[in-house]
Design a protein around this ligand. Structure first.
Ligand code: SAM
Ligand code: SF4
Length: 334
């Protein structure tokens, strides 16, 4: 039975928030062009929330109805001893689901420990099956390590494993079918994410987004016809489709062509303790200050509530009013 979400974190558009995404670091061992620049100054370590601080925010958030946490970054596995944080969070009463989004590079080493620590779900990012293109997009030559990481996650018993690819026009078209085939062969769930304007070079343009509808066409030609999944969760950001030949499914996060803002249930905590009510927020609520200056749990709860209450209707990527936030994706936590 799905747990009822209490009517506490409800914004002025009636959206209930039960999903907290926590960035544990802004550092990364890749340099994906759509996410960060080649050269970057990272936060000093002392500015990052400690595991104790993250756990405290999560505990308070559960009293307000949050029941899902996803760890992200930067690359979360660069944070030493991440399984220890997973274990702490998995033991927070009311948190029924702890997930992780990773680039997979360090996963071969960590998958088993993460599983044992209580990690429920894992998403691994991979944009291409072509080693050279991997290097072009990530600016690093680590394709094999990512594949090893995916296989290690499978071996450790994670199921389902989602593989996320950012879909960029002029780059991703030839990767759609090979990625989807790789996922089908290994029992993984492939998800294509439309490229969003959170890149370092501010090179994003709507024309550079490869849309879900176009990818569906490519998959239907290259693999099998698709039909909308029967068990589609209307609150989930992904549009899920099943192959009609029964071979599996594929998802699309169509943030640009079909924004899902009206069903958004997410809040984000950056690595240095700023709460954001949207990926594209221009304003943030400082929680680290409260944590480090003797703030009480009710004060932290109030900060979370106010952040949700101030949430806007949705991003305006498709309008001339859109303003790209100063933060890049790696420093928000995708
Ligand atoms: N380093 C981890 C990883 O790559 O999975 C976690 C952090 S990363 C910021 C989280 C997700 O955001 C990844 O799946 C990545 O592909 C996606 N992402 C990054 N920049 C993006 C952009 N401009 N548009 C769409 N998705 C993006
Ligand atoms: Fe790193 Fe993930 Fe951003 Fe790529 S998408 S640079 S792996 S944080």
């Amino acid at each position: 039975m799905p747990t009822e979400i209490p009517d506490i974190l409800v914004d002025s558009f009636g959206r209930r928030h039960n999903n907290l995404r926590v960035s544990v670091t802004d550092r990364c061992n890749l340099r994906c062009v759509y996410c960060m620049p080649e050269e970057v100054t990272f936060l000093p370590r002392a500015e990052l929330l400690t595991f104790e601080e993250i756990e405290r925010v999560a505990r308070v958030a559960t009293t307000l109805g949050v029941n899902k946490v996803r760890l992200t970054g930067g690359e979360p596995l660069l944070r030493r001893d991440l399984p220890r944080l997973v274990e702490r969070l998995a033991n927070v009463p009311g948190l029924s689901d702890v997930g992780l989004t990773t680039n997979g590079i360090l996963l071969a080493r960590e998958a088993r420990r993460l599983r044992e620590a209580g990690l429920e779900r894992i998403n691994i990012s991979l944009d291409t099956m072509d080693r050279e293109k991997f290097q072009q997009i990530t600016r690093r030559d680590d394709f094999d390590r990512v594949i090893e990481g995916i296989l290690a996650a499978k071996e450790a018993g994670f199921h389902p494993i989602k593989v996320n690819a950012v879909a960029i026009r002029g780059f991703t078209e030839d990767d759609v079918v090979p990625l989807a085939r790789f996922a089908l062969e290994h029992g993984l769930e492939m998800r294509f994410i439309e490229y969003m304007p959170l890149d370092a070079g501010r090179l994003w343009e709507r024309e550079k987004v490869l849309f879900a509808a176009e990818m569906i066409e490519l998959l239907e030609k290259g693999i099998a016809p698709l039909r909308p999944a029967a068990n589609q969760d209307p609150r989930a950001p992904a549009l899920d489709y099943d192959y009609t030949d029964g071979s599996g499914s594929v998802g699309f996060i169509a943030s640009v062509s079909r924004p899902f803002c009206m069903s958004c249930n997410r809040l984000r905590l950056t690595a240095e303790g700023k709460l954001r009510n949207c990926l594209f927020s221009l304003e943030e609520t400082d929680v680290r200050g409260l944590l480090r200056e003797g703030g009480t749990d009710p004060e932290i709860a109030q900060a979370i509530r106010s952040c949700v209450a101030a949430k806007w209707e949705g991003h305006e990527i498709n309008t001339a009013r859109f303003i790209q936030p100063d933060r890049m994706m790696h420093s928000i936590g995708g």
